[in-house]
Design a protein around this ligand. Structure first.
Ligand SMILES: C[S@@+](CC[C@H](N)C(=O)[O-])C[C@H]1O[C@@H](n2cnc3c(N)ncnc32)[C@H](O)[C@@H]1O
Length: 303
């Protein structure tokens, strides 16, 4: 079970997190442990590294990756859970505060490239799109059971899809003839519903993103995860967030605004350090999926 996912902006994450021995680190989106293992190795001796993922197969992959590695006295905790329950997970491990938190949002290549998960519009698979397979809502439910207005809303809000109305209408017209169950069937239907001129990306990109975000409750997850992270951060603690599209960026910035220098808080603030960090050309060439990645690092300061 070799991981296919390559951690993005790895060096930049490590540098900007200013790691030291003994720190408590939470990776809220551990995936195949690319960032997690690199960070944990820099907490030696005495650190605590908590890795969370809501995909059980990511936990298993991470476990396999970590097996052959040495972390000399660093406590490793791998938890099947979600970032919206960060506080509960931290307390369960017996800690009250975290010094460093990382969220590398979205999908891993391991999820995207597995046709059985239904995330890809290029591979035939079931309309599933659940990262956490304990949940019941699937993409098939969204596509077949949501009213047209709700579909349109999701495509517009979560996919920033200009043709949300046409696509929602086409889905509703098609499903009158029977349930839509496959990824390629949906991707073709979306493509046909769109008018002639095409951009660089596949016509179903935005719609698939939107449906995935609905299935995963991603807006709430990011908001809750960030709120809990900043509350739990220790003095001088750092939060690093990697986003992959403009909606994720907006949610992150909006959620952090009340904690920032214009938020009116008098006890502590969380402000961005430096500028947004993006991958260099070499990384994008070697790993095209990194091209839209943006890293923001925030620090908590007592006033
Ligand atoms: C971009 S990948 C992370 C890759 C990881 N940094 C690495 O280097 O291997 C995102 C991971 O976060 C997980 N994930 C996404 N949203 C989550 C959430 N709300 N709670 C917990 N895990 C989540 C996904 O299941 C996926 O494995």
């Amino acid at each position: 079970m070799e991981p296919r996912h390559r951690p993005v902006l790895l060096q930049q994450v490590i540098e900007s997190l200013a790691l030291d021995p003994g720190l408590v680190f939470i990776d809220g989106t551990m995936g195949s442990a690319g960032h997690y293992s690199a960070v944990a190795g820099r907490l030696v001796p005495g650190g605590i590294a908590i890795g969370i993922d809501r995909d059980q197969s990511a936990i298993e992959r991470a476990r396999a990756v970590l097996e052959g590695m040495e972390f000399d006295g660093v406590e490793l905790h791998l938890v099947h859970g979600e970032i919206a329950e960060l506080e509960r997970v931290l307390h369960k491990v017996g800690m009250q505060h975290a010094d460093r938190v990382l969220f590398d949002l979205g999908l891993s290549s391991d999820q995207l490239d597995d046709p059985g998960r239904g995330f890809s519009f290029l591979r035939e698979g079931p309309l599933d799109m659940r990262q956490d397979r304990r949940q019941t809502l699937t993409a098939e439910d969204v596509v077949n059971d949501y009213p047209e207005e709700a579909l349109e809303h999701i495509l517009r809000e979560y996919g920033e899809e200009r043709f949300s109305r046409r696509i929602a209408a086409a889905i509703v017209a098609r499903r009158r003839g029977g349930r839509i169950t496959g990824t390629l069937e949906l991707a073709t239907l979306i493509e046909q519903a769109m008018p002639g001129r095409r951009g660089k990306s596949h016509p179903a990109t935005r719609s698939f993103q939107a449906i995935r975000m609905e299935v995963g409750g991603e807006v709430r997850q990011i908001e809750e995860g960030i709120r809990q992270a900043v509350e739990l951060l220790s003095h001088s603690g750092r939060l690093a967030v990697i986003t992959f599209h403009s909606l994720e960026e907006r949610i992150v910035k909006r959620t952090l605004r009340p904690y920032g220098r214009h938020g009116g808080r008098t006890d502590w603030q969380v402000n961005m350090l430096g500028k947004v960090i993006e991958p260099d050309e070499e990384e994008v060439q070697g790993n095209p999926r990194s091209r839209s990645a943006k890293l923001r690092v925030y620090e908590k300061r007592l006033l």
